[in-house]
Unconditional design. Structure first.
Length: 328
């Protein structure tokens, strides 16, 4: 068993930012990441452009400089790798946390590779790893995907995109560009206000020129090997289909949080882990959450650009109660 003062689960930008802040203050910290650093960004579509400007994505006092106003996915991957190297962060990549148990005043963390003990724990696992479930017959078919990477394999294929926000619109644009026959099914009655303003005009133009078929008020009822069925205005409509991208959102891994003992609160504003908004400490003493996971289902309220500051707040809380280190 390894004894470490503080462990951060999740090596995304907010987890890395927290690790940097803790290291600055002399707190011995380990980041455990089931993929590699910024794994969620790696899983973004290959040609993804960020909503935020590069300066707002920067962490650890390292400038993120690009020629364009908004950076691309690959530029972000390079940047965050350099940040990890510059700060010499202690990151265990490709190591998945299996269980977290709190005994007395210590956390015992069992992973796929080792067992650790720590006094302070920060969960920064984001929300992109858990997709929302499409509750219709056929949703489990292999042709139904929840993450979009590249459009080339879908040339000349009938592709249905389910959803109407940024991930759905981005996927539809890439698919159309690659020569797919694209139909977008959205249960809303108009374009979502969340769609990035610089991509909506292009998308609307493609719809108006019948390059993309856009169906509002469309509720998918069934998916088969060759078709997608949806209900609109009381009628069930069948369209030919080869592939489905169900881009209907993502959420934190609530089961994992509950297994630690973190309470989950659901009210009229949504679902989110219980935590002190001043310190980001959960109901489990010395266990914190950082980044978008703190927003729960409302992932439009916390981004990299504001979640990156959680680490500094958490570090101050740790320092305020830090006592003698754990014995090795």
């Amino acid at each position: 068993m390894q004894t470490i003062e503080s462990i951060i689960i999740g090596g995304g930008p907010c987890g890395l930012s927290a690790a940097i802040e803790q290291k600055k203050k002399g707190i011995k910290t380990l980041v455990i990441e089931k993929g590699n650093v910024v794994d969620a960004i790696y899983k973004y579509p290959t040609h993804q452009t960020f909503f935020s400007s590069s300066d707002k994505l920067s962490i650890g006092d390292i400038p993120f400089i690009v020629e364009e106003s908004k950076p691309h996915r690959n530029q972000a991957l390079v940047y965050y790798r350099e940040v990890v190297k510059h700060h010499n962060l202690n990151v265990n990549a490709f190591e998945e946390v299996l269980t977290v148990k709190k005994i007395d005043n210590k956390f015992t963390i069992t992973t796929t590779k080792d067992v650790y003990e720590c006094k302070f724990l920060t969960v920064a696992t984001g929300y992109y790893g858990q997709h929302n479930t499409l509750e219709v017959k056929g949703a489990e078919l292999p042709k139904v995907q929840h993450y979009f990477k590249e459009a080339h394999p879908y040339f000349n294929q009938n592709v249905t995109v389910i959803g109407g926000k940024n991930s759905a619109v981005d996927a539809a644009l890439e698919l159309e560009k690659a020569g797919a026959n694209v139909t977008v099914l959205y249960r809303g009655d108009r374009y979502s206000a969340a769609i990035k303003p610089w991509i909506l005009p292009n998308f609307e133009s493609l719809v108006n020129h019948e390059k993309i078929t856009m169906e509002f008020n469309a509720n998918v009822t069934e998916i088969t090997e060759d078709s997608v069925f949806y209900e609109k205005n009381g009628k069930v409509i069948e369209i030919p289909n080869d592939h489905v991208f169900a881009m209907i959102g993502y959420h934190p891994d609530y089961d994992f949080l509950k297994s630690i003992g973190i309470e989950i609160n659901t009210n009229e504003f949504g679902t989110a882990p219980v935590h002190n908004k001043e310190t980001f400490e959960t109901n489990v003493e010395n266990c914190y959450i950082a980044g978008v996971i703190a927003a729960g289902n409302d992932n439009n309220s916390i981004f990299i650009e504001n979640g990156k500051y959680h680490g500094g707040i958490i570090t101050q809380s740790i320092l305020s109660r830090k006592q003698t280190p754990l014995e090795s």
